[in-house]
Ligand binder design. Structure first.
Ligand SMILES: [Fe+2]
Length: 386
């Protein structure tokens, strides 16, 4: 059969591409060993499978399940007084601080722990004051170097998520610190491998995976003395609940809370980011993939709690409404995850941009019909957020 999508986290399967003609049982066994339990096949390019749903049917079923699970939920994050301007300042200065911090680690210096702790504290506080604006901006402004931007995003979302789980403030800040340092070990990975535009070979993959143990080594310096929650994020964000993760192949509850949260958020942010070897997947689509993978890779309850926090149409998602209008999600609605607040920017009937207007879907008769890929409509989202 011709696999057109392994339905897996990128880089986590042993084949060079995300598409492949599977010729032998041995290849099937290797695929399954990576924790992949379902794939999409192209029946034009290989054999068909009996009694299997089509991609459209699978997407439809997934959507119905997702809506069934979350339709009655509201967003637990308060949304008053969110400021995009202040959130932008917090994120901007964290990115600058992190660029400096990680660049100096790349040069062989030890981690500036006081600077890292202060950056994490500012991010955790900013995320508390402006959760929706932070979630939105994290999805935009994607021009920075991936590692800095990704680390700041993981810290922000960890802050928002852990606070929504009513964890104590010192744990929230420790998790944010774990977030900004979770990939610090990548500063020990050769740049040629880190930024390689094609898929990695087995040796390169191994070198990439070493970033976890390098990170643990870097933060284990005596002057570090990281809180356990911060350390857990760094050491266990690539462990997976079914035991297919690394470096230790830990299973289920053997993975710390910080490791399980960090893993969910790391994958979510990576999926929604452009990488040198592939394009970003839009946030709503990424949420659907996470929901699908939750059963095996992630803590199911924690993944559902995460989805409640960021929404089933996360900030930055492009939505088509029943009225034929298209809008970008600004934040979650307070009444239902099905009815976020959107900035309407386009009219599909007139095929034209319209004067942007913010609409709280819960207060109108309009509703979400589907989520859309921005590329399909050629809509530069950044232009519509100030
Ligand atoms: Fe990592």
């Amino acid at each position: 059969m011709f696999v057109s999508d392994f339905n897996a986290e990128w880089l986590e399967h042993p084949f060079l591409r995300n598409q492949k003609l599977i010729r032998s049982d041995e290849e099937v066994v290797r695929t399954a060993a990576c924790g992949i339990d379902s794939v999409y096949i192209d029946t034009q390019r290989g054999l068909d499978a009996d009694d299997m749903p089509t991609a459209e049917e699978a997407a439809q079923e997934l959507e119905e399940t997702l809506v069934g699970v979350f339709a009655g939920d509201t967003n637990s994050t308060p949304s008053f007084a969110d400021s995009v301007t202040e959130a932008r300042q917090v994120i901007g200065s964290a990115r600058r601080a992190l660029r400096e911090l990680l660049s100096s680690v790349r040069l062989g210096r030890s981690i500036d722990f006081p600077a890292a702790t202060e950056t994490a504290r500012q991010l955790a506080l900013g995320a508390a004051r402006h959760p929706h604006a932070c979630l939105l901006l994290g999805r935009l402004n994607r021009s920075d170097d991936y590692t800095f931007r990704h680390s700041v995003n993981v810290a922000l979302i960890l802050g928002i998520f852990s606070r929504s789980q009513q964890l104590p403030e010192d744990t929230v800040q420790a998790l944010a610190l774990g977030g900004i340092l979770h990939d610090v070990g990548k500063m020990a990975v050769p740049v040629g491998i880190l930024n390689k535009p094609s898929m990695l070979d087995a040796g390169e993959m191994q070198a990439m995976r070493e970033h976890v143990s390098s990170g643990v080594r870097l933060v284990s310096a005596p002057e570090g003395a990281l809180e356990a929650a911060a350390f857990d994020v760094i050491a266990e964000h690539h462990e997976r609940c079914d035991g297919t993760g690394y470096p230790h192949g830990l299973k289920g509850d053997a993975i710390s809370l910080g490791g399980r949260m960090g893993g969910i958020i790391d994958v979510y942010d990576a999926l929604t980011s452009d990488r040198v070897y592939r394009r970003a997947i839009n946030p709503a689509e990424s949420i659907r993939k996470m929901f699908e993978w939750a059963e095996r890779h992630f803590d199911r309850n924690l993944t559902h709690a995460f989805i409640k926090t960021v929404g089933i149409y996360p900030a930055g998602s492009l939505l088509r409404l029943e009225s034929g209008r298209i809008g970008v999600v600004l934040r979650q609605g307070e009444q239902s995850l099905m009815a976020p607040v959107v900035r309407v920017i386009y009219d599909t009937h007139r095929m034209a941009f319209v004067t942007p207007v913010d609409v709280e879907l819960a207060k109108t008769a309009d509703r979400v019909v589907s989520h859309e890929a921005p590329e399909k409509w050629n809509i530069p989202l950044e232009r519509f957020i100030d």
